[in-house]
Write a new protein. Structure first.
Length: 194
């Protein structure tokens, strides 16, 4: 016996936006993304040169003593052999902040791969993917492959993406979708658009 789910009611984009406008969300969006790097100054240079980031502030400086102890380790969920070092907040031209961390100690692991459990990459929306890719490569990044067209429900003329490795081994994605994506016809709202 085959069971078919009831077909969702087709709604217009305008009705979805009107419904969404009447609800006060408890979550407004992503404030910042935290990223642990081996050298906070080199990572800052990479994001400033590659993605037009701006340094907002340093919460902890390299010249200050590292933060260590049970309270720090419990609060941050780090092993007892690790200590928190420098912390810097960057701002991108649009979107959430990028918080850079340095940690010190013998139990630091290399950057996670996409196949490992946990957060695997951050995607940066760009207007000109080819230009942004050149800037990241000039800043020390390396593309994993040539840019590719987005497919399926994300497809559209000019809708593309590429994964880029950072100098310290983390992965980021450059993505652009100047054309309306097919999923938007039936979704309650677009995922994000500048």
């Amino acid at each position: 016996m085959t069971t078919t789910a009831p077909r969702a009611r087709t709604r217009t984009s305008a009705s979805r936006r009107a419904d969404h406008a009447t609800v006060i969300p408890s979550v407004r969006g992503i404030d910042h993304v935290g990223l642990t790097v081996p050298d906070i100054d080199e990572a800052t240079g990479f994001f400033v040169c590659g993605l037009d980031a701006t340094v907002l502030y340093d919460r902890f400086l390299r010249a200050e003593p590292v933060r260590v102890g049970a309270d720090v380790q419990q609060r941050l969920g780090i092993p007892h052999t690790m200590a928190q070092g420098a912390l810097r907040m960057l701002a991108l031209p649009n979107g959430p902040g990028l918080e850079l961390f340095e940690y010190h100690g013998p139990d630091q692991r290399p950057a996670a791969r996409a196949s490992d459990l946990g957060w695997q990459h951050v995607a940066f929306y760009v207007d000109d993917l080819d230009h942004a890719l050149v800037r990241l490569e000039t800043a020390g990044g390396h593309r994993y492959s040539a840019p590719r067209d987005l497919g399926g429900v994300e497809s559209g003329h000019g809708n593309r993406f590429v994964y880029v490795g950072t100098p310290w081994g983390s992965t980021l994605e450059l993505i652009t979708y100047p054309t309306t994506q097919p999923y938007e016809e039936h979704a309650p709202r677009p995922k994000w658009r500048a």
